[in-house]
Design a protein around this ligand. Structure first.
Ligand SMILES: NC(=O)c1ccc[n+]([C@@H]2O[C@H](COP(=O)([O-])OP(=O)(O)OC[C@H]3O[C@@H](n4cnc5c(N)ncnc54)[C@H](O)[C@@H]3O)[C@@H](O)[C@H]2O)c1
Length: 340
């Protein structure tokens, strides 16, 4: 992983023959770059169908298994690029230049693809990490405030999961970044270093890495039940608030995490009109999406909640009316906390 201004131009210069898969937001910038494939970065395009189309386009353009793919975009481009690169002729090497704060602080390492299937978010996927990741902070300049804050929700979550020291270090670097955007590399590095611990000891998501799903069971359900009116990163920020409230509902005030809550509210508060979007969440759709999360078992619910000693732990709860009521109440409480 390389982080720094100018790294993106070097990547392209070093790979003049590469096939370039780009977020269509950058279409004008790549108009003269040969072998460019555009991807519209919406959840509707994060599908097996889109991966199939890209594989066909790579064949039409003459790509062989010795060629390299360079993907340029946020988490959606990354997800379809991972899928296409892993399947095309049984696997192409690829490089990734993340263009969103979310992808820079979180998804660019770890090697996962997550594809939506029908109404189900991130139901299908595999592992096929890029050979190199090049993080050029210049891409942050064009991101709207909501997208920046949403990406930082994932960084906040990773660092909280890693433990109190990593979380304190994150809050310090966040304050530096808020005062001076040129300090972005230190913040990005800190978050990726915290994530690195999880993926080095559990690359394939069987144990410790599952803890990074903190906020995600709620978050994915909020995204789906708002018809994706709530963006992924912001949904994770609200999901973290919900998970904290659920822990308090189940265990009492000793489970409260005031520092985490205050920071999450500060971040999600940068999403204009969020409270209206949360009020518009369809409760039945939310329940269905929450209960169909891929981490649950048949008879129980697997949730990542704040743990007493700092950090988080996996809790296995019965799939019954009492727990579902507590889940609904946690969502309602977190919604009320978000300023109207
Ligand atoms: N595979 C993983 O490990 C993993 C991890 C976390 C999230 N995700 C997925 O990532 C997706 C969210 O990704 P995201 O938040 O990075 O954004 P995104 O890819 O969804 O893009 C969001 C919007 O930002 C635009 N955009 C991208 N870069 C820009 C820039 N530099 N300036 C202005 N606009 C820009 C895009 O065109 C799009 O309109 C979700 O689908 C989520 O499930 C995947």
């Amino acid at each position: 992983v390389r982080i720094g201004h100018g790294t993106f131009d070097s990547l392209l210069a070093e790979r003049p023959e590469a096939y370039v898969l780009v977020d269509s937001f950058f279409a004008a910038r790549f108009a003269d770059v040969p072998r460019t494939l555009l991807v519209e970065a919406t959840e509707e395009h994060k599908t097996l169908g889109c991966v199939e189309t890209l594989i066909g386009r790579l064949r039409d353009l003459g790509a062989t298994r010795r060629d390299e793919l360079v993907a340029v975009g946020g988490g959606i481009v990354q997800d379809v690029a991972t899928g296409a690169a892993s399947l095309y002729m049984r696997g192409l090497p690829w490089s990734y230049a993340p263009t969103t704060v979310l992808a820079m602080t979180d998804s660019c390492i770890g090697g996962k693809s997550s594809l939506n299937v029908g109404p189900y978010k991130n139901l299908a996927g595999n592992f096929h990490p890029p050979h190199r990741v090049v993080i050029d902070p210049m891409f942050i300049d064009t991101l709207p405030a909501e997208a920046r804050a949403g990406g930082l929700c994932e960084a906040m979550k990773i660092c909280f999961c890693r433990g109190p020291e990593a979380f304190a270090g994150y809050l310090q670097r966040y304050a530096d970044f808020a005062g001076d955007p040129d300090t972005a590399p230190a913040l990005l590095h800190h978050s990726l270093d915290a994530k690195r611990w999880f993926i080095e000891i559990d690359e394939f998501d069987r144990g410790e890495r599952r803890l990074l799903n903190f906020g995600h069971t709620f978050g994915h359900a909020l995204e789906a039940a708002s018809a994706f009116a709530i963006s992924h990163g912001i949904a994770i920020g609200v999901g973290v608030l919900c998970a904290e409230r659920l822990a308090v509902g189940l265990e009492g005030e000793r489970a409260a995490q005031p520092e985490l809550t205050a920071h999450a509210l500060q971040l999600v508060g940068q999403a204009p009109g969020l409270r209206e979007r949360l009020d518009g969440v369809d409760p039945d759709h939310f329940d269905r999406a929450f209960l169909s999360d891929k981490k649950h078992g048949h008879g129980d619910l697997h949730l990542i909640l704040p743990s007493g000693g700092g950090g988080v732990a996996e809790r296995v709860l019965p799939r019954d009316a009492h727990v579902l009521d507590a889940v609904r109440e946690a969502r309602a409480e977190a919604t009320r906390m978000v300023a109207a």
